[in-house]
Design a protein around this ligand. Structure first.
Ligand SMILES: Cc1ncc(COP(=O)(O)O)c(C=O)c1O
Length: 373
């Protein structure tokens, strides 16, 4: 039995009902026409002549070739294309056995630890810490979480929901810890390439660590969530075959049109990523001004990368009540931290959407109407 995915159930209820989504994690969906305009002639021919049959289970060879360029020491043969959520599912099913112990970063996208629970693993949450300066890693907490049967460490940087990004030294310390204890590392890198400063970009974990698995995809930084396409990359021996055998029971192969569109996206990555970063950075500066203006009603914890942040509400009404009022009175969705089972009145905001200024304005109107403490 797997527990309901709280965040996905919350989105299923409100995402297509409300006027303003202030907590979406993806970047504003790129129109198909814009993607096609960016495509080089050869890829456009692949699109026009595409036969809508089954595709290669591991992923289109040209797509994998282009994906492999994102990595330094991981090749086309070490990549499996899958829907990102499916990729997490397949990886967990093939890596874990009942009784294994898993350490997972926390808070986190629920499937990163819930699937381990459903398999019968014990999970220790490795909490990100927070002070008035922002979020930080607790390396001592990681050491304390270790058990003799720990098999897997799950990390996610840039992090959802906080936007936290460690330094390379910190990431290296985490991977050294994994190597010392012979742990597999599942690294969710869905928000990679959305760093605000290129100097902050971390190398993919599959390049840094032989027992590392990197998850990436088109849904967030590439603004193409509707492709439902991503991939797993690893140099660890034996995993590829197990993933492919498992994929025969999930989707068998990926969507043919999505694979070609994904290929186009990688070929036009500079333009597409610059668009996503522009949207996020513009919204980030509006968010910073908003939180300064409304201080001390909020504690703003600026993200370092990605399209989400996890500030704290300091108002006198409860965060749950605020979120409910915003839904009922302003048709505005704000994601409370309780959806992540995170204690304290944090909430997620999404910085990737083009209507962020209007959504923020709706929030401002609501706050201005609240009685002053
Ligand atoms: C950290 C993280 N990993 C994986 C996913 C799953 O991506 P997708 O919805 O494209 O399957 C998400 C989506 O929100 C996410 O935030």
């Amino acid at each position: 039995m797997v527990e309901p995915f709280k965040l996905e159930r919350f989105f299923a209820r409100y995402e297509f009902q409300v006027k303003y989504l202030l907590s979406a994690s993806d970047c504003e969906g790129l129109p198909l026409s814009e993607l096609l305009e960016l495509a080089p002639p050869q890829t456009l021919s692949l699109w026009k002549d595409l036969k809508l049959g089954y595709t290669e289970s591991q992923g289109h060879p040209l797509l994998r070739e282009e994906i492999a360029r994102l990595y330094r020491s991981t090749s086309t043969e070490q990549i499996v294309v899958a829907v990102p959520e499916e990729a997490i599912f397949i990886a967990m099913q093939t890596l874990l056995r009942p009784g294994d112990h898993v350490i997972s970063i926390f808070p986190a996208y629920q499937s990163l630890y819930e699937l381990a629970h459903s398999i019968g693993c014990e999970v220790t949450y490795w909490n990100l810490r927070q002070d008035s300066q922002g979020w930080y890693l607790d390396l001592e907490g990681l050491q304390a979480a270790l058990r003799p049967n720990t098999r897997l460490l799950v990390i996610n940087f840039p992090h959802n929901p906080t936007g936290f990004l460690p330094t390379l030294d910190e990431l290296q310390a985490v991977l050294d810890f994994a190597a010392r204890h012979d742990l597999m590392v599942f690294s969710d890198e869905m928000y990679r390439l959305l760093e605000y400063s290129e100097a902050d970009r971390l190398p993919p974990v599959c390049d840094l660590y032989e027992k590392g698995i990197s998850l990436s995809g088109f849904s967030k930084s590439f603004a193409l969530a509707g492709l439902r396409l991503g991939w797993l990359a690893t140099r660890a021996p034996g995993l590829l075959g197990a993933w492919l055998a498992y994929k025969d029971y999930t989707t068998i192969c990926s969507s043919a049109p999505s694979e070609i569109l994904g290929l186009m996206a990688l070929q036009a990555q500079e333009t597409i990523l610059a668009r996503s970063r522009r949207i996020v950075l513009e919204n980030l500066s509006l968010a910073a001004a908003f939180f300064t203006h409304y201080s001390p009603l909020f504690l703003w914890l600026p993200p370092r990368a990605g399209s989400v942040a996890f500030p704290r509400w300091n108002g006198s009404i409860s965060l749950e009540q605020l979120c409910k009022d915003l839904l009922d009175l302003r048709s505005l969705m704000l994601l409370p931290g309780s959806i992540f089972d995170f204690p304290g009145p944090h909430f997620r905001i999404g910085l990737g959407r083009q209507d962020f200024p209007q959504a923020l304005q709706a929030l401002e109107m609501h706050l201005d109407g609240l009685p002053h403490p």
